[in-house]
Write a new protein. Sequence first.
Length: 123
Amino acid sequence: MKRPNGPCMKPTKAVSGGATSWRQPGDWVDQRNRMGRRCSYQPGRGGRLTADSLIRAFRQEADRQRLLVKKAELTRNRLLLIASALQTLLADEHFVTLLRAEGLDSMPRYLADRVQAVPPHAS
């Protein structure tokens, strides 16, 4: 198998069959961002694992996961806001009539379920 061009393309063993495969592009981009220009595949050379490097890697991963949680919370809050706004709009008969007149009287089942699950907006 020919090695693809690009930095940090380290071969890994596939789970089924043991054939050599390559990491996903996102894997080497993350690795390149963490390690900088020194990131390159060099067969037979293992990096030295020190306590400081382990602590640094642990802290970076913890920071990355904290950021992921913040993004998930932000996305959840936006979804609730949109579902609440849709619920308020769909309670207005004039708006629903306008949607029907424009041929927009249906919505995906998942969205309809979310709109019904949102507690009513207090006005």
